[in-house]
Write a protein that binds this ligand. Structure first.
Ligand code: HEM
Length: 417
């Protein structure tokens, strides 16, 4: 039997999404008492879904494609135009293999080492500072180390500009016009820089090691044996390191958790049963970063009695799935230990997308993210001591991405020697 799909009262929900942010999808699902509902987003009829089974169908390539799914403003800022996010089928697999080839265990260790070295250098500076804005500092630490990791020739005089560009791109989604403009400008400037580097590598004027993303993307060939189009190569290269900036938000949320649940500090220090990993996973589940993903149905099909029409935009609620009460006990509580005996479903825990890394669109940087977060949480609890002065640590669920309003200030930093 065909079931009618519940609809939102409002005809078009774009403004509600911008105004309510991370709360929009979960609150409409609650109101309509349904894990599936229909509305319009940017004027297009859209189906919003959440939960483990919803994620399983969303990441089944038989039913969905990405071409034409991402909204134009996102391509101008966060994602870039013509890159991996919007590709399908063999074309996607070909590109995805390239990204995953950058993420060998050795290269992940390299990134962790570079990031911790940079963090340690920064911590020495923090010792002399009255107040440290942790979010901004971690962003710079990650930007410096990841550009080094990616094989980019970064001059000291350029660090500030390139870091700000990466931050502006990542901070640009969520509907603020000011942040959109900054993100679009940043992308233009950053891509122009990358196009120059890619050309230099192709002309052998600049030769980074062959295992770096800069070299791999510059020399990557299409199945027809040609170099990637220069514009697309710049987008792809950027996709191979920019996203680690997102981890800065999560690292700061982790610092917030350490502050709000004081028992976490000793547990992280002892690190029994790899507690720091459980902690990093719970930070990724509990705190908001990526709200949702969009795809287009590539055929008519019936899902749980609901008819999905070919071409329909379908939005998967990532944050709501991570907090879904059917999937998680006490879903709205911060409990790292829940991951100790977690069975590891690829569809119930989707902070960086779901499904399979190779076959689908699941994030290529997930292992790097977890490794870096885990090592930063250990560093913050074992290698330095600090105070958290009075400040506004609340975070606005309507802002996407969001962060503690104070950007997390620490003081009295001392390295433990
Ligand atoms: C895809 C989130 C870190 C590279 C994605 C997707 C999300 C995401 C939601 C889309 C999944 C989909 O299309 O269904 C995040 C978050 C991160 C993070 C929250 C950190 C907190 C990274 C890092 C890298 C990276 C560190 C690389 C160094 C990519 C790439 C894709 C992707 C290349 C496209 C995969 C594809 O379309 O096949 N990420 N990511 N991400 N991410 Fe990440």
């Amino acid at each position: 039997v065909k079931k009618p799909i519940p609809k939102t009262k409002e005809l078009d929900s774009t403004l509600s999404l911008i105004n309510e942010g991370f709360d929009f999808l979960p609150s409409r699902r609650k109101e309509l008492q349904s894990d599936i509902f229909e509305t319009r987003l940017l004027g297009k009829k859209s189906l919003c879904i959440a939960g483990e089974e919803a994620a399983a169908v969303f990441y089944d390539n038989k039913y969905f494609k990405r071409k034409g799914a991402a909204p134009k403003p996102l391509k101008k800022t966060l994602l870039g135009e013509g890159g991996i996010h919007g590709r399908d089928g063999e074309d996607h697999h070909h590109q995805k293999r390239m990204f995953l080839s950058m993420m060998t265990p050795e290269r992940l260790e390299d990134m962790k080492r570079l990031a911790i070295e940079e963090l340690d250098r920064k911590a020495s500076e923090w010792e002399g500072m009255e107040q440290v804005l942790l979010l901004d500092e971690i962003e710079e630490v990650l930007a410096r180390s990841v550009m080094n990791w990616a094989g980019l020739p970064l001059k000291e005089s350029e660090v500030k500009q390139r870091t700000q560009e990466l931050v502006a791109m990542v901070d640009s989604f969520g509907g603020s016009l000011t942040r959109f403009k900054e993100g679009a400008e940043a992308r233009k400037s950053h891509e122009a820089w990358l196009k120059g580097i890619i050309t230099d590598i192709r002309e052998r004027v600049y030769s980074p090691p062959s295992y770096t993303p800069a070299y791999i993307v510059a020399m990557q060939k299409t199945p027809e044996g040609k170099f990637l189009d220069l514009e697309v190569a710049a987008v792809d290269l950027n996709n191979a390191y920019r996203p680690i900036i997102a981890a800065a938000y999560l690292i700061v949320f982790g610092a917030l958790a350490i502050h709000e649940y004081p028992e976490m500090k000793a547990k992280l220090q002892a690190d029994e049963n790899n507690f720091s990993k459980l902690f990093a996973q719970e930070v990724r589940r509990y705190y908001p970063f990526a709200p949702a993903m969009a795809a287009k149905a590539n055929r008519d099909f019936v899902w749980h009695g609901y008819h999905v029409k070919e071409g329909m935009l379908v939005v998967l609620d990532l944050f709501g799935t991570n907090r879904h009460p059917d999937l998680w006990d006490n879903a709205d509580e911060f409990i790292p230990e829940r991951f100790a005996d977690w069975k590891g479903s690829p569809f119930a825990f989707v902070p960086q997308g779901g499904g399979h890394h190779h076959a689908g669109h699941r994030c290529a940087g997930e292992w790097m993210t977890v490794m870096v977060m885990q090592s930063f949480f250990k560093y913050l609890t074992e290698n330095i001591s600090y105070k958290v002065p009075e400040q506004d640590l609340s975070y606005d669920m309507a802002r996407m991405p969001t962060m503690p309003k104070s950007r997390f200030i620490i003081s009295d930093v001392m390295k433990i020697r």
